[in-house]
Design a protein around this ligand. Structure first.
Ligand SMILES: NC(=O)c1ccc[n+]([C@@H]2O[C@H](COP(=O)([O-])OP(=O)(O)OC[C@H]3O[C@@H](n4cnc5c(N)ncnc54)[C@H](O)[C@@H]3O)[C@@H](O)[C@H]2O)c1
Length: 288
């Protein structure tokens, strides 16, 4: 029987991780506390399979097989009982991650590896919430998961070589390239991305340009594939703000979240997932 991967949190990232895991041949259980999130994840995963088939990237047989291997549940305790790998993708808040890791640790088999898709947090600290720190590691996927080629793997202080090798092979099975880096808040990618994204919000607040002008300048002048506001809306402004708060606490002033970003989040403008962030997607044609 195929190995079982449990993905915890079916939001922006969890659904993508479930998709690439199923396509990689795993039996996949996607877990969330909200039925509505699971329903929306199921629909989005089906849509990605449809688009993949239409573009010739996935065969009908691969899609059919992968969809049969995908299960959706709100019962975390039950879901992890036969797992070989759990990938946590719940919000970037320490108290939520702590309680999820504690439940997984109590219910998953002793040999199961526990990975987190955290953008910034320390895998050493996440490991300290469990009785198996040697089997805890960060496996940082990028958005949108089915398109982005990298998984950044971050070892904690106690992470074993075996765990690092295991998740490296799992990421490769999911069709991804890997880098293994040393633990430091924000790793490589989130540290740079959060800084650039935050600076763009300061510029907008200062009236340097419109979002369209700033995005265009960065794309065409610096050859970034997406503008900082397009990316922030894709990432989720709440997720970006949580990352910045954590990095501000750990790395100091240069990561202080821009007040305008705080204001957008307070207003519920969280990006594409709520229909409005910096841009308004209720009017904009979604070309993805
Ligand atoms: N959004 C990105 O671009 C991105 C990129 C890389 C990494 N990440 C990281 O991935 C993680 C998830 O981010 P996201 O953007 O997918 O968030 P999201 O808000 O889109 O989704 C989080 C999901 O977790 C669910 N959830 C909350 N508490 C839960 C619990 N106790 N048990 C099970 N499910 C629970 C929520 O209902 C929601 O569906 C964060 O750590 C984030 O930093 C995000």
């Amino acid at each position: 029987m195929s190995e079982t991967v449990v993905v915890v949190g079916s939001g922006v990232m969890g659904r993508g991780i479930a998709y690439v895991s199923a396509l990689g041949g795993y039996r996949v259980k996607l877990v969330d506390v909200q039925e509505a999130a699971l329903d929306s994840a199921r629909k989005e995963i089906q849509a990605i399979f449809q688009k993949g088939m239409a573009r010739g990237k996935v065969t009908a047989e691969q899609a059919g097989q992968a969809e049969k291997n995908l299960f959706y549940t709100t019962n975390l305790e039950e879901a992890v009982r036969d797992a070989q790998l759990v990938i946590e993708a719940v919000p970037e808040k320490k108290e939520i991650k702590k309680s999820v890791f504690e439940v997984i640790d109590r219910n998953a088999p002793a040999e199961c590896v526990l990975a987190s898709n955290t953008s910034t947090m320390s895998p050493t600290e996440l490991g300290s919430f469990t009785k198996r720190p040697e089997a805890v590691i960060a496996m940082h996927f990028f958005n949108p998961v089915h398109k982005m080629p990298l998984v950044e793997i971050i070892r904690g202080l106690e992470t074993s070589d075996e765990t690092a090798r295991f998740v490296e092979q799992a990421a490769q099975k999911m069709g991804k390239e890997t880098v293994i880096v040393n633990e430091f808040p924000g790793f490589v990618t989130s540290r740079i991305s959060a800084l650039v994204g935050n600076e763009a919000f300061y510029m907008l607040q200062e009236g340097v340009g419109t979002p369209e002008e700033i995005d265009k300048a960065i794309k065409l002048g610096l050859n970034f594939p997406m503008g900082p506001f397009e990316l922030a809306d894709l990432v989720g402004l709440d997720t970006r703000l949580n990352n910045l708060r954590y990095l501000h606490e750990k790395l100091g002033e240069k990561y202080r979240p821009a007040p305008l970003l705080e204001q957008y989040v307070a207003a519920g403008r969280l990006g594409r997932k709520t229909g409005r962030g910096v841009y308004d997607y209720t009017k904009k044609q979604d070309e993805d």
